[in-house]
Design a protein around this ligand. Structure first.
Ligand SMILES: *[C@@H]1O[C@H](CO)[C@@H](O)[C@H](O)[C@H]1NC(C)=O
Ligand SMILES: *[C@@H]1O[C@H](CO)[C@@H](O)[C@H](O)[C@H]1NC(C)=O
Ligand SMILES: *[C@@H]1O[C@H](CO)[C@@H](O)[C@H](O)[C@H]1NC(C)=O
Ligand SMILES: *[C@@H]1O[C@H](CO)[C@@H](O)[C@H](O)[C@H]1NC(C)=O
Ligand SMILES: *[C@@H]1O[C@H](CO)[C@@H](O)[C@H](O)[C@H]1NC(C)=O
Ligand SMILES: *[C@@H]1O[C@H](CO)[C@@H](O)[C@H](O)[C@H]1NC(C)=O
Ligand SMILES: *[C@@H]1O[C@H](CO)[C@@H](O)[C@H](O)[C@H]1NC(C)=O
Ligand SMILES: *[C@@H]1O[C@H](CO)[C@@H](O)[C@H](O)[C@H]1NC(C)=O
Ligand SMILES: *[C@@H]1O[C@H](CO)[C@@H](O)[C@H](O)[C@H]1NC(C)=O
Ligand SMILES: *[C@@H]1O[C@H](CO)[C@@H](O)[C@H](O)[C@H]1NC(C)=O
Ligand SMILES: *[C@@H]1O[C@H](CO)[C@@H](O)[C@H](O)[C@H]1NC(C)=O
Ligand SMILES: *[C@@H]1O[C@H](CO)[C@@H](O)[C@H](O)[C@H]1NC(C)=O
Length: 406
């Protein structure tokens, strides 16, 4: 459907300044269409994209290929631009500048996460997407958004059906998903997705290489944003809260996650979806990620950091190992973090956070509150086989990627 015509990677910035173009994009229309027109463009570095907001109440919000209908942490957002039906000119505009050749993915945030989601109706836009037929084509992006819309509508329908028969909504929604049990505690969780090995040729800037990685429904691309990757800073325990801020990031291989530890004494410790508040066990000599405890004095003004380089497209799950003086765990209070959770799946970030609270919260029957001296290398005493399965899945593709990519 869409082919690059004037897509030039090699333009020098000096040349760009002279030739910088303005691309006008209509957002919605007088007849209420839920679309950006045109819906995909190619632009050179230095070009500007001007969004013209027509009738209704739309946004132009940056997302990512992996999560088409979710705001990208740190991305741009026009905010809502309500335009009454009888307004015929002086439409509000929002302008972005194209800073590099990395694809820019955009959606309308109106009615987010509801059956009426504009994004779920296909109201998405892209700058410098992959050509048709490539994994990150506009068609694939839009289809992913439409799939989210279909899911949201099905969810709404099953919720209202469940409400009508007075059955618990969660049961109905969960019935369509494969299930398994958590690695400890007595909680049913969505099963891990099945992955397939994919071989792709990756082109970044002037470099090209072949990589083999596990792909599963909703997994992000294996293509780094650039040779050095992007950097995401995550504040740990900002302002005394038991949180990671942002709570998750969508990252590509070679991106760096910088954990910045604020006051108190937190960790960023790798776990798994099925065992959210247990350090990931070492398998065949692998070293699961763990910052260790990072005590920060109350009067500190500079904060220690710990960095992780992403080298997989699989979700990575983290928690804080600390316990409060009353024995309750930070993890059970929902202090968890993720890289690349598949937000369109049942194993999304909210599900992970809820599971941590259910398994290790103060109300959990098996909260681990008494184990105040959990050692990072301790192996789980129960549910070991479930944990093992999960670990194998993650590490298998980690190794595959590490071998092909870095
Ligand atoms: C609605 O507006 C769009 C853009 O102006 C146009 O392409 C489309 O044909 C219109 N649809 C109808 C049903 O009028
Ligand atoms: C525009 O949409 C947003 C989000 O749904 C809503 O909060 C806001 O009130 C709307 N504005 C108008 C004027 O309808
Ligand atoms: C649009 O309609 C509202 C209310 O009916 C009115 O107050 C406003 O002046 C109208 N605006 C235009 C541009 O006609
Ligand atoms: C381009 O860079 C400017 C300044 O850093 C930033 O505000 C803007 O959001 C960037 N544009 C895009 C599309 O990311
Ligand atoms: C930090 O926490 C205090 C008290 O809980 C609150 O008043 C303040 O607004 C917070 N500051 C920020 C930047 O969140
Ligand atoms: C940080 O917490 C750990 C685990 O609770 C503890 O062993 C360590 O002594 C604490 N460090 C400081 C400086 O409080
Ligand atoms: C913080 O307080 C401690 C003890 O009161 C003191 O030794 C230290 O110098 C202070 N640090 C800063 C950055 O003010
Ligand atoms: C990436 O690979 C290196 C070396 O294999 C490893 O030490 C590192 O922990 C990996 N990063 C992640 C996020 O798994
Ligand atoms: C995300 O997780 C929540 C909580 O488990 C669940 O209600 C929701 O359906 C999940 N979203 C998707 C798209 O599966
Ligand atoms: C947790 O326990 C407290 C007191 O036992 C109770 O009031 C509260 O409703 C419980 N919360 C949940 C989510 O079960
Ligand atoms: C969470 O609960 C499990 C099972 O009781 C326990 O082994 C683990 O140490 C707990 N995690 C934390 C951080 O308390
Ligand atoms: C660990 O190594 C053994 C022996 O080489 C192998 O059979 C097993 O599959 C490996 N486990 C994982 C999770 O890679």
């Amino acid at each position: 459907m869409f082919f690059p015509t004037s897509f030039s990677l090699g333009l020098l910035s000096a040349a760009v300044a002279v030739n910088a173009a303005i691309h006008d994009v209509q957002v919605g229309s007088s007849n209420g269409t839920l679309a950006y027109t045109p819906e995909a463009i190619f632009a050179d570095v230095g070009d500007q994209v001007v969004f013209h907001f027509q009738q209704k109440n739309h946004t132009a919000t940056q997302s990512s290929f992996a999560n088409p209908c979710g705001a990208m942490p740190g991305g741009f957002d026009s905010g809502f631009n309500p335009v009454p039906a009888n307004q015929t000119d002086n439409f509000p505009t929002y302008t972005i500048t194209v800073n590099n050749t990395t694809p820019i993915w955009v959606f309308c945030d109106q009615a987010a996460n509801t059956a009426a989601s504009h994004c779920g109706a296909g109201m998405v836009f892209a700058v410098n997407c992959g050509a048709d037929g490539s994994p990150n084509s506009f068609t694939n992006f839009k289809n992913a958004a439409l799939a989210i819309g279909t899911e949201l509508k099905a969810e709404a329908a099953s919720v209202s059906a469940a409400a009508a028969t007075a059955a618990p909504a969660a049961m109905t929604a969960a019935a369509t998903e494969a299930l398994t049990t958590a690695a400890y505690g007595d909680v049913t969780i969505p099963a891990a997705p099945s992955a397939s090995l994919v071989t792709v040729t990756v082109t970044v800037e002037a470099s090209q290489w072949t990589t083999v990685y596990s792909s599963y429904p909703g997994s992000p691309e294996a293509t780094p944003a650039s040779l050095t990757g992007n950097t995401y800073t995550v504040k740990v325990g900002n302002n005394g809260t038991l949180t990671y801020d942002p709570p998750f990031v969508m990252a590509q291989p070679r991106d760096t996650i910088v954990f910045e530890f604020h006051q108190k004494n937190h960790t960023a410790t790798q776990s798994s979806f099925a065992a959210p508040c247990l350090p990931l066990a070492s398998v065949n000599g692998s070293t699961p990620l763990n910052s260790g405890f990072m005590p920060v004095a109350a009067n500190a003004t500079s904060f220690p950091t710990w960095s992780v380089t992403v080298n997989t497209t699989d979700p990575l799950w983290f928690f804080c190992e600390q316990h409060a003086p009353d024995g309750s765990s930070h993890c059970g209070a929902g202090m968890v973090f993720a890289v690349n959770p598949v937000q369109t799946s049942a194993r999304n970030f909210t599900a992970f956070e809820n599971l941590a609270v259910a398994l290790n919260g103060t109300n959990a029957t098996n909260s681990g509150a008494s184990t105040t001296s959990t050692s990072p290398s301790a192996s789980p005493t129960n549910g070991a086989s479930n944990l093992g399965t999960n670990v194998a899945l993650i590490l298998g593709s980690l190794f595959a990627l590490a071998a092909g990519l870095l």
